[in-house]
Write a protein that binds this ligand. Structure first.
Ligand code: MLT
Length: 245
């Protein structure tokens, strides 16, 4: 088993996902939001990249059939029903509903996974569940950090690093996974910044996007998204939508 890490959406030209399990990670906040929505009874989340595509899809399938959710610069998109704060995706709001979600980096990454054998939703909220699932595979794994506008987002790298740490631990008596350099960087970053009792919250609060979200009033999202194993569900992106597996 080989484990690679992609540092940001927009770098896919350098990667071939064919035959691999890809775990898409956007801790702040898209994959945390998707997992929260599905855990609260949302039937499916359809990730799209562009606002115009989200609106066109909603028109085509019937505007009353879907909730429209998403953000630009972290702020809810005008005319949409929901933003991208996971705390908005309550059971009262999403149970039995379908969501079209349009975010800057997370839904972009999901749309860049073409060719992968399987695509799994990764976050701190379900991290042990994801690692346990990956442990069973014979396939190569790519941990696809959504990043921030084509660059690195440290909270995504921390999550990738913790998944790797868990995989190395779980599989320690079996075949030792082979790590790429990016995988090693993720592991070292995790060990340095979030291992032991500290968890990811301090590093997340110091991250560029964490500070930005706090500055526009979403500090509680950081607390929610940093909860390790709070929502231990597995979600899969398949045929254009994300559902619980
Ligand atoms: C994204 O997809 O870029 C993020 O989820 C942005 C956000 O924090 O809403």
């Amino acid at each position: 088993m080989k484990i690679d890490v992609v540092l940001s959406a927009g770098m896919k030209a350098k990667h071939d996902f064919s035959g691999q399990i890809v775990v898409v990670i956007d801790v702040l906040r898209a994959t945390s939001t998707i997992l929260t929505a599905l855990t609260n009874g949302c039937l499916e989340v359809i990730p799209v990249q562009k606002v115009a595509d989200a609106l066109a899809l909603a028109e085509r399938v019937g505007r009353d059939q879907f909730l429209l959710g998403g953000e630009r610069k972290g702020i809810p998109i005008p005319g949409f029903d929901l933003g991208n704060s996971p705390l908005e995706y309550t059971r009262e709001r999403v149970e039995g509903k379908k969501v079209i979600l349009c975010t800057t980096n997370g839904t972009k990454a999901l749309n860049e996974t073409k060719g992968a054998a399987e695509v799994i939703i990764g976050s701190f909220l379900n991290i042990t569940r994801v690692a346990s699932y990956l442990k069973e595979t014979e396939k190569d794994i790519t941990l696809f950090c959504s990043g921030q506008d084509g660059g690195l987002a440290i909270e995504d790298l921390l999550c990738a690093g913790q998944i790797i740490k868990k995989l190395l631990f779980i599989t320690k008596n079996a075949t030792i996974p082979e790590l790429t350099d990016a995988g090693r960087v993720a592991l070292i970053t995790y060990k340095h910044l979030a291992n032991k009792n500290k968890g990811p919250i301090i590093a997340m609060a110091q991250s560029g996007h964490g500070q930005y979200l706090a500055s526009i009033g979403f500090n509680d999202d950081l607390l929610h998204c940093s909860q390790v194993d709070a929502l231990p569900n597995l979600a899969e992106y398949k045929n254009g939508s994300v559902v619980l597996k």
